[in-house]
Design a protein around this ligand. Structure first.
Ligand code: S3P
Length: 167
């Protein structure tokens, strides 16, 4: 079984997926980390600044296609991964549970107030509009929606319970 975590920047995907992969004893795939490696180790803001967002999105799609065949894994998607339908098609191939960690934009700002790693948060008003638009996108892909302000342990328990019910 594969679990794909989706949600906005700051929704807790990385923290939850690391804990979940550990608890389920399956490999963890962090899309952002894979993208950085794909770009030769350049940090994400630099990829955006040097090459532009479309280039970043192409790297992201390449990484998504690479893991289409993964059967036992927890995949932490980037916040924008669901922007391309083919990314989700690849990540959702096979037996998969897609979990949307839902957080308000206020929570995102609180959590990432001093973050310098997210180019798409530089312009707060555009980021707010993006958050609003993406909510329905995340919903459309989710098998399960969980309040992202719950503790990582609680979130893992809900996911594990759902996986057990599906078995
Ligand atoms: C992005 C989210 C980031 C990262 C990049 C673009 C987005 O990932 O992929 O900055 O489009 O929302 P996180 O959601 O892990 O912060």
């Amino acid at each position: 079984m594969k679990v794909v975590l989706i949600g906005f920047m700051g929704s807790g995907k990385s923290t939850v997926s690391a804990l979940l992969a550990d608890r389920l004893a399956v490999p963890l795939i962090e899309m952002d980390r894979e993208i950085i490696a794909e770009a030769g180790g350049i940090p994400i803001p630099e990829i955006f600044d040097r090459h532009g967002e479309p280039y970043f999105r192409d790297l992201e799609s390449r990484v998504a296609q690479r893991y289409a065949g993964a059967s036992q894994a927890v995949i932490s998607a980037g916040g924008g991964t669901p922007e391309r339908a083919e990314n989700m098609q690849a990540l959702k191939s096979g037996k998969v549970l897609t979990v949307y960690l839902e957080v308000s934009f206020e929570t995102v700002l609180q959590r990432l107030e001093r973050d310098g790693d997210r180019p798409l948060l530089r312009d707060r008003e555009r980021a707010r509009a993006l958050h609003e638009r993406r909510d329905s996108l995340y919903r459309s892909h989710a098998d399960l929606i969980i309040d992202g302000t719950r503790s990582p342990e609680q979130i893992c328990e809900i996911i594990e319970q759902t996986l057990a019910e599906q078995r």
